[in-house]
Ligand binder design. Structure first.
Ligand SMILES: Nc1nc2c([nH]c(=O)n2[C@H]2C[C@H](O)[C@@H](COP(=O)(O)OP(=O)(O)OP(=O)(O)O)O2)c(=O)[nH]1
Length: 134
């Protein structure tokens, strides 16, 4: 499964990025992740990410460059996780499909329980190995 995720900076504080806590009860319940979701057949990464963020956060995004890509196998599925730089075009994020939303620095994210696929991503983010995030 290809999953696209947004690195979305706070509009007034570019050092903090939006993360969301998954709903209770489902897969990877209450773990934290970057906003986004599955790419549907025939859909581009950019279109999927814009669609997911419109549906789940009620915001319009501009999708920039690809920052990170990695594969992880869970007991129930293998995800190909792709992180993109994004910019908020309009709206204020609302937790329509998440339990909670927070704008955090990469170091603060390290203190939260994230989905396993995100662990190497967070290591690279904290270490500044993704280059320019804008
Ligand atoms: N959006 C997002 N999903 C992630 C991240 N890391 C990670 O392992 N995932 C996983 C969680 C989900 O299993 C899947 C994304 O699926 P989804 O968000 O479209 O659908 P869903 O919540 O209904 O998930 P699922 O029950 O189908 O597994 O990828 C991440 O940083 N962002």
């Amino acid at each position: 499964m290809r999953v696209v995720a947004a690195l979305l900076p706070h509009p007034e504080d570019g050092a903090r990025f939006l993360v969301q806590q998954r709903l209770p009860g489902g897969s990877r319940a209450l773990l934290w992740e970057f906003p986004g979701g599955k790419v549907e057949p025939g859909e581009s990464d950019e279109a999927a990410l814009a669609r997911e963020c419109r549906e789940e956060l009620d915001v319009a995004l501009e999708v920039g460059r690809r920052l990170w890509e990695g594969r992880h196998t869970y007991p129930d599925l293998t995800v190909e996780l792709v992180l993109y730089a994004t910019r908020l075009v309009s709206g204020e994020p609302r937790p329509l499909g998440a339990h909670a939303l927070k704008f955090l620095t990469p170091a603060e994210m390290g203190a939260l329980p994230f989905c396993e696929a995100d662990i190497p991503l967070l290591e690279d983010l904290v270490a500044g190995r993704m280059g320019s995030l804008g």
